[in-house]
Unconditional design. Structure first.
Length: 74
């Protein structure tokens, strides 16, 4: 229960940063936003763990994006 809430809060923060503040392409921003909305619709269905895994995957992708962008700027 607590892990799901923590993953949700972290994913929301990372998606907001990625969509509104990053310099990623519009296609990448749209894909991340759509996947996050899909993960929200998966939560109340019969497959809530799929939404959790999708949010974890989105968070890992955005964190890797941040790492790559920070190494490019150095």
């Amino acid at each position: 229960m607590y892990l799901s809430l923590l993953v949700f809060l972290v994913a929301v923060g990372l998606v907001i940063w990625f969509v509104f503040l990053s310099e990623a392409s519009l296609i990448a921003k749209a894909v991340i936003a759509v996947l996050f909305v899909v993960s929200l619709f998966l939560h109340p269905t019969a497959f809530p763990i799929a939404g959790l895994f999708l949010r974890i995957g989105i968070s890992i992708f955005v964190l890797f994006y941040q790492i790559i962008q920070s190494t490019k700027s150095q």
